[in-house]
Design a protein around this ligand. Structure first.
Ligand code: ATP
Length: 447
């Protein structure tokens, strides 16, 4: 995935095929916001569902919540975000551009001189100043500071403030985790690289509460199992790495943090951070709320404040990684013309593919559309399927390749005689004949 043009091609494919559009586009857009189209919303939902299924549904020790985006301002004072969730901002007085100080070489405007002839030498940078990344808004009709609230910059704090509610309303015992998927907002100084760094995005987070003595083991377990999750969904090991933070990078309370990084077209970028946060967050909320957030172990009769392991992933950012990983262009022999051709294909994992199967009548006559509709109606009760009868079948295959659809099912002349259809595999392009009543089982086995 070293080809830097891939990103450009992917952005154009996403727009053309309805995965992702620039936010508010007909009004000139709004930087750092993106809208998910018909294919994109299915892909994003499949990623979130796969995460929820593997981390919540399949486990006895994790429960879910869905907490409010707007929270009492004190939450962000307790968490440290109001004081410290800042990036160092530098302005260039000459080009009027803004940069994150940690992303530019020392005291040099990173704009290329070729783009701005003559400007480079005179570029004047301001000193770095702290810029808080939280968006502000007001609750109620009066825009005064007492009514000011933030849009959450992470979903994690909604979990911490409900730790006691979950304990009191379920029978769950430590060790256990609370999971949440939802929108977060950050007023990023330089949103860039398509959806990688957006101002509005989605996260998938777990706070896993455990006894201090077992916390290092849980940290290692979560780090490894989260890494494996991306591999299971088709990310090749060459493109995925775990980067353990060194001591200097760690927050003072953290006993360890690892980033799962993906090799994007422009280089390595973080997909998820797994942090050992000790008892820092719960202690802060105890201090600021005055509430007892300790845990009592009935068996050992011990009372303590649990330690926390936090696997914090980006849903939209991992969507970009899955797309980069899936994107391929290759030489093929066209199914219609039997001539050499190029195709663009998204080799998405079947669990993530927005559409699982497309159903085509070979031609629009001889009862084929009726049979195809009947099969489509049967399949749609179980799978996300798509019906298409327009144009040459080779072109229909090409469109499904670009959408990442794993299977195309074609009803042809032979179907009326022996009740079989062809099923074409997206990756190998091989076709096999399958009895119509065996199609649901065929798909179930492979999806
Ligand atoms: P970065 O260093 O890239 O700004 P971060 O270390 O601040 O990220 P965390 O606060 O650890 O990120 O957030 C957890 C996850 O949320 C990240 O790994 C990423 O997947 C996602 N995420 C964070 N900020 C953004 C953003 N602006 N746009 C899209 N996803 C984001």
């Amino acid at each position: 995935m070293a080809d830097s043009n891939v990103l450009e091609k992917l952005v154009s494919l996403c727009k053309r095929r309805g995965f992702i559009f620039p936010g508010s586009e007909i009004y000139g857009g709004l930087t750092g916001t993106w809208d998910y189209g018909p294919l994109g919303v299915e892909l994003l939902r499949n990623i979130k569902n796969a995460w929820w299924h593997d981390n919540v549904t399949l486990r006895d020790d994790i429960v879910g919540v869905d907490t409010a985006i707007l929270m009492n301002r004190t939450v962000w004072q307790a968490s440290g975000h109001e004081d410290a969730f800042t990036d160092p901002l530098i302005d260039c007085k000459t080009c009027k551009a803004r940069f994150r100080a940690d992303q530019i070489p020392e005291s040099q405007c990173p704009r290329k001189p070729s783009k701005h002839p003559g400007e480079f030498a005179e570029c004047q940078l301001t000193e770095a100043r702290k810029f808080n990344l939280m968006f502000k808004t007001f609750v109620g009709p009066v825009e005064e500071s007492a009514a000011m609230v933030y849009l959450r910059p992470e979903t994690a704090q909604g979990i911490f403030v409900n730790f006691k509610n979950v304990l009191d309303s379920t029978r769950i015992k430590i060790p256990f985790g609370i999971a949440q998927v939802g929108k977060s907002f950050r007023n990023e100084i330089t949103p860039k690289q398509f959806i990688f760094r957006s101002r509005e995005f989605e996260q998938m987070e777990i706070e896993f509460f455990c006894h201090p003595s077992t916390s290092e083991q849980w940290y290692a377990r979560w780090r490894d199992s989260r890494f494996q999750w991306y591999r299971n969904l088709g990310v090749k090991s060459d493109n995925l790495r775990l980067r353990e933070h060194d001591k200097a990078e760690l927050a003072f309370y953290s006993k360890g943090t690892s980033d799962i990084e993906y090799l994007f077209p422009w280089g390595w970028g973080e997909l998820e951070g797994i942090a050992h946060r000790s008892d820092y967050d719960l202690q802060q909320h105890i201090k600021f709320s005055g509430k007892d957030l300790s845990y009592f172990d009935d068996e050992t009769k011990e009372r303590y404040v649990p330690h926390v392991i936090e696997p914090s992933a980006g849903a939209t950012r991992s969507l970009l990684a899955f797309l980069c990983e899936a994107y391929a262009e290759e030489k093929i022999v066209d199914e219609d013309t039997k001539k050499e051709d190029m195709r663009t294909v998204l080799r998405l994992h079947p669990r993530l593919a927005p559409v699982k199967a497309a159903v085509f009548p070979l031609v629009k006559k001889d009862g084929m559309p009726e049979r195809a509709h009947a099969l489509h109606d049967d399949l749609r009760r179980r799978f996300q399927v798509f019906y298409d009868e327009k144009g040459a079948v080779g072109r229909r295959y090409r469109r499904q390749d670009e959408a990442g659809t794993p299977f195309c099912i074609t009803i042809d002349g032979q179907t009326a005689q022996d009740q079989t259809v062809t099923i074409r595999d997206r990756d190998s392009m091989k076709q096999e004949r399958v009895a119509t009543d065996k199609v649901p089982g065929y798909l179930l086995e492979r999806l």
